[in-house]
Design a protein around this ligand. Sequence first.
Ligand SMILES: Cc1cc2nc3c(=O)[nH]c(=O)nc-3n(C[C@H](O)[C@H](O)[C@H](O)COP(=O)(O)OP(=O)(O)OC[C@H]3O[C@@H](n4cnc5c(N)ncnc54)[C@H](O)[C@@H]3O)c2cc1C
Length: 278
Amino acid sequence: MLTGKRSQTRLDAMSTRAQRYDAVVLSRARISPHLLRLTLSVPGLESTGIADEWVGLVVPGQFQVRYYTVRSLDSDHLVIDVVVHEEGLVTGWATGDCDGDRVVITGAQGSFDPPEDAAWLMLVGDLTALPAMARIAETVAGRSSATSGWSGGVETRIWAEVPDDLTGYLPDGVDVTWLEPPAEGQSRLGEVVEGIDWPSGEGYFWMAGESAQMRTIRKYLMRERRLPSTAYDVMGYWRAVAARQPRSVDPGPIWQAGRAAGHSDEQIWAAYDEARGG
Ligand SMILES: Cc1cc2nc3c(=O)[nH]c(=O)nc-3n(C[C@H](O)[C@H](O)[C@H](O)COP(=O)(O)OP(=O)(O)OC[C@H]3O[C@@H](n4cnc5c(N)ncnc54)[C@H](O)[C@@H]3O)c2cc1C
C-alpha cells in the first residue's frame, strides 16, 4: 500500500547517493500530443511506498540525470510518463527511436507526507505534476478501506493545468478541474491557489510545477495563508531557462539531509532551488 512518509521509518533507507540500476526500454506509447508513456524493465528497483516517488533517468551517452515520477512499478516493470516540450535532453531522446535502449535509473525517493488523519487533500500542478497527482489520487482511493491508514472519506480535489485533453488519466470519482495554460510556457496556477476555498480541519496541500512559480506559491502559503510547513509540499519540478538545464540536481539527498536536520518542507525545497542555481 502506498503511503505518505509520516507512517514510514524514513531514515532507514537513507543514503546520500541514490542507487543506480541498469534498465531497458520495453515500449513507448503516446498518451496525448505532449505526453509519452515509457515502460522499462529495471531489475532490482524497489518502491519506497511513497505516493509521489520519483526516479532519476540517465539516457544513453549522457551523464546528466532528469527526474520522473514512478507512474507504476509492478515487479521490475517501471512506467514513467514523459512530458514532451520544445527542446530537452530527455525530450529529444524520448521522441526519437528509444525502444530497446539501455538507460540508467536511480533509486526511488518520495516526499508526499500528509498527516495520518488528514480530512482533505488539495493537489495542484501542471503536466509534469499530473503523473504524481494521479498516483496520489489512486493511493487515496485505495485507502478508503477498513484496513488502510486513512479511514476513507478523504476529500480530494485536483487542479491540473495541461495543454492536452487527458480526460480518463485520473482515477474515476476524483473532483478535478482541468485548466488550459493561457499560452505556451505560461500558467495561471498562482491565481488558482489564491482562489482556493480552503476546507476546514486538518488536511494537506501538494503542488508541483515550474520552480520560480512554486517559490512564489510557497511564500503565499507561508506568509498569507499561514499554513504550518507540515501541511504542504510545493516542489519545483522544472526550471524555465533559455536553454537546456545547466545543472541537474538530485532532490533526494537534499530532502533527506534537510529532514535529518529537522528542516521544514519549505526550507528543503528552497535549498533544492538554490542548489539548482536559483
Ligand atoms: C521530483 C520530480 C518529479 C518529476 N516528474 C516528472 C514526470 O513524471 N514527468 C515529466 O515529464 N517531468 C517530470 N519532472 C520534470 C522533469 O524532470 C523536467 O521537466 C526536466 O527538465 C525535463 O528534462 P528534459 O531533458 O526534457 O529538458 P531539459 O534539458 O532539462 O530542459 C531543456 C529546456 O526545456 C525547458 N523545460 C524543461 N522542462 C520543461 C517542461 N516540463 N515544460 C516546458 N519547458 C520545459 C527548460 O527550461 C529548458 O529551456 C519531475 C521533476 C522532479 C524534480
